[in-house]
Structures are given as structure tokens and as C-alpha cells.
Design a protein. Structure first.
Length: 421
């Protein structure tokens, strides 16, 4: 099958130029002006922005074990609707992928139902309980990396041992950094909103203290170390120091931490409850600065769907987590590019080639590269309506918000996996 994308503003070699892209089978066959291909499906991209398929290092597909929240089929369809062609699901499943046998159950579901590329994480510890290391050596060739996301590894010695094994296996760690002794039973950030409403808060120290510990351990072991969903200004500074010292440390930030603060919580609603929580204004400013200077390496969604019942218990009692696959690009374009925080070239890098590089892959529009492409209309405004989401999860802090940047087309391995119209 051949597809010819005509006259789009195409992200090529770090810049945009108006040209055509010819897809032949699962690869990009040509990039240039006035391309012609007999028999190809011609798609007019005039006025549209053509990017490498987006890459998400942090999603929750919930299968096996929690198919009432999301499935591989629905989660990858939602990602495709957001312009993603590669996602990396986290291991907080049932069974937890802590052995080759358990991981295979997830791989079978991916092989059967995924419509885009899916590279799962294996668990660092058995059952994500932090007591015993998983079969890291045995799983390393079948998973993209290792994480206990949803929980932090509490023991320094356990993390040191894990880093050593992961380093020797040629893989990397993506860490959910959370010191449970510092949580104080909170549901939201320990900041202005919590104080105004008499609520217990989650301190920033619960995040940055384990990050500081892990960066020290990464320096000691030499492992490739990645920080999940960074949110606090102290955490960003810790990563900045680690990079300056030569530690192999990278980090990601989510669209909701980019765009919102705790003072954007407008009601006692579970759609504003996520982990880590929405932080303060100074934290958001530090995130923007970290994106600008390269301390923050990429943007990831932490797409975490739950049932309506689980998210309908208010801030105190709802499950942690928000969906984001279908709104991520639009949120970031609206809140970063249209406001002048970043240019479009930088955003394209943060959501495609940068996360791809962390997992040892490429996301480029160039001859011979994989035909993974997303087309957006940056001029069209839309209102976020969860009832229109492809994802089974409907809880979003952006409900009702006006955003720019609709996904028009997503192509993965040469196949059209999403078309808006």
C-alpha cells in the first residue's frame, strides 16, 4: 500500500518545510516537492502539520487484569487518535509482569490487539511489592525497560541491586519516585489549595528525596536511569545537577503538570486527582524552564484510565490517575507553543524523537525510516469532551477546556490507524 501526503508542513531534520511524503509499505520512500506515485492514496495536507508519530514512554493499558478500565485494543486506539504510534505501558497489572511467564500474557494481548507499536515495561520487583527482585535478566530481551510504576522502590539496597542487574542486562530503569514515609495521607499537593480547603497534602519531598537517592545510585552503578512524571521544582533541580555531573539520567513531564497547578482545581472532583498531584505555580514555572533548557527530556502522558465509579468519589477517595492520550498534543501545543514558552520544533522533538531516543529507537521523517506519521490541524479549536474519547477512561482535568490542534491522521508502519474524517 502506498500513501502520498501532499503539501503539508513537514518536520524534517529539526525544521518545518512544505513538501510531500511518500509512504511505500511500512517505510518512507521519498520526501520532497511535487512527488507523484501512480496508484497511491493521495491525502491533501495543505495547511496541516506533519510530524513523526508521537512516542509515549508512560501509559497504562490495564491488560491483563483490569480490562474494565482499559484494554490493549481501546488504549492503543486512543493513542492513535492522539497521534501516537509508539507507547510503553507500565507493569501495574494482574499478574504483574515480573517473570517471563507473566510478561508473556501481556505480550500475547499486545500481539493480538494492538494497532500501534507497544513496548512494555517489566516490573523491578515481584508483584511491585519491593521485597524481591523480578526476573530482570530473563525478561530483559522481551521488555523495553524496568519500572515499578504506581509505587516507588522504598529500599535503597533493593534499588542498588536492581540498577546493577538492569545495567548488566543492557536495559534501563524508569522510576516512579515516591517515598511513602513522606506522603502524610494526602490526596493533592501540600500547597495553597490544600491549605485553603483544610485538606491533607502530598509533599514535594516525597518525590525529590527518592530522586536524589536514585541519581546517586545511578552514578554509582552506571545504569541508564529515567524519572517518571517529574512534577516538583526540587526534583527538576536534582536532575539538572545529575546531568551536570555526567550521570545517565533523563526525565519526563506530563501535559497536566505542564498546563495546570493545584489552584486550577475547580471542584471536589476525582478528575483532578493524579499521582504525582498538580503542584504549585513555582513548580510549573520550573517545569517550563526545564523544558526550555533541556533538563526535562521529553513529554509523556501517564495515561491512567479508571472506571467512572473509581473516579467519582471526590478528591479524597477517588483513584489516582487521569487519561491523556487523546489530548496530550493539543494541551501542549495550546499551553506551550501558542503562549510562546516553546516553539513548535521543540515540541515536536519532545514528543517524538526525544522519547524515541531514550528507548533506543528513532522517530524521524526521512527516506528509509519507519512510516510512523501523525498529521495535525493546528488552526482548529475544539472543546474537550470525554464522551467523545476513544479510551474507556473518561476522567480528564481538561474537560470543557478549549484547545487547538486536532489529530487528522495517524499512520503506523504504513497503515492508517486513525483518520478524523
Amino acid at each position: 500500500m502506498s500513501i502520498l501526503l501532499k503539501n503539508g508542513s513537514v518536520y524534517v531534520d529539526g525544521a518545518f518545510r512544505t513538501c510531500d511524503v511518500l509512504i511505500d509499505g511500512d517505510t518512507i520512500a521519498a520526501v520532497g516537492e511535487n512527488l507523484i506515485c501512480a496508484g497511491a492514496e493521495v491525502i491533501d495536507c495543505t495547511g496541516k502539520t506533519v510530524l513523526p508519530g508521537l512516542v509515549d514512554l508512560h501509559v497504562h493499558l490495564r491488560e491483563p487484569g483490569f480490562a474494565y478500565k482499559e484494554t490493549v485494543a481501546s488504549g492503543t486506539a486512543a493513542a492513535a487518535a492522539g497521534g501516537y504510534t509508539t507507547v510503553c505501558p507500565m507493569p501495574n497489572l494482574n499478574p504483574v509482569p515480573d517473570s517471563r511467564e507473566h510478561l508473556q500474557l501481556q505480550l500475547d494481548a499486545i500481539e493480538r490487539d494492538a494497532i500501534i507499536r507497544v513496548f512494555p515495561f517489566g516490573a523491578i520487583t515481584v508483584g511491585e511489592k519491593g521485597k524481591e527482585l523480578s526476573d530482570i535478566t530473563g525478561m530483559a530481551k522481551s521488555c523495553i525497560g524496568f519500572s515499578d510504576d504506581g509505587k516507588g522502590v522504598q529500599s535503597e539496597e533493593m534499588m542498588r541491586q536492581a540498577m546493577t542487574l538492569v545495567k548488566n542486562a543492557g536495559s534501563f530503569i524508569s522510576a516512579h519516585c515516591e517515598d511513602e514515609s513522606l506522603l502524610e495521607g494526602g490526596a493533592i499537593h501540600k500547597g495553597e489549595y490544600a491549605a485553603l480547603h483544610g485538606m491533607r497534602g502530598i509533599s514535594s519531598a516525597s518525590e525529590y528525596v527518592p530522586i536524589e537517592r536514585d541519581i546517586r545510585l545511578a552514578a554509582e552503578t552506571g545504569v541508564q536511569y529515567h524519572v517518571c512524571h517529574i512534577s516538583a521544582k526540587e526534583s527538576i533541580e536534582a536532575v539538572r545537577r545529575g546531568k551536570a555531573a555526567g550521570v545517565r539520567v533523563t526525565c519526563e513531564v506530563t501535559p497536566h503538570h505542564i498546563a495546570l497547578t493545584d489552584m486550577d482545581i475547580t471542584e471536589d472532583d476525582g478528575r483532578f486527582k493524579m499521582n504525582p498531584p498538580l503542584r504549585g505555580r513555582e513548580d510549573r514555572e520550573a517545569i517550563w524552564a526545564g523544558l526550555q533548557d533541556g533538563t526535562i527530556d521529553c513529554i509523556a502522558t501517564d495515561h491512567a484510565p479508571h472506571s467512572a465509579e473509581e473516579k467519582g468519589r471526590g478528591l479524597e477517595k477517588s483513584a489516582f490517575g487521569t487519561v491523556g492520550s487523546e489530548t496530550a498534543f493539543a494541551v501542549c501545543y495550546t499551553h506551550l507553543v501558542r503562549t510562546g514558552v516553546l516553539n513548535l520544533e521543540k515540541l515536536a522533538h519532545l514528543m517524538s524523537s526525544a522519547p524515541a531516543a531514550i528507548i533506543g529507537r528513532r522517530a524521524e521523517i526521512a527516506v528509509g525510516e519507519a512510516a510512523d506519521i501523525a498529521v495535525f490541524d493546528l488552526t482548529e479549536q475544539f472543546t474537550v469532551d470525554p464522551d467523545q474519547f476513544v479510551s474507556m477512561g473518561k476522567s480528564s482535568p481538561f474537560t470543557g477546556q478549549e484547545l487547538y490542534g486536532t489529530t487528522e491522521l495517524t499512520v503506523c508502519a504504513g497503515n492508517i490507524v486513525y483518520r478524523r474524517r
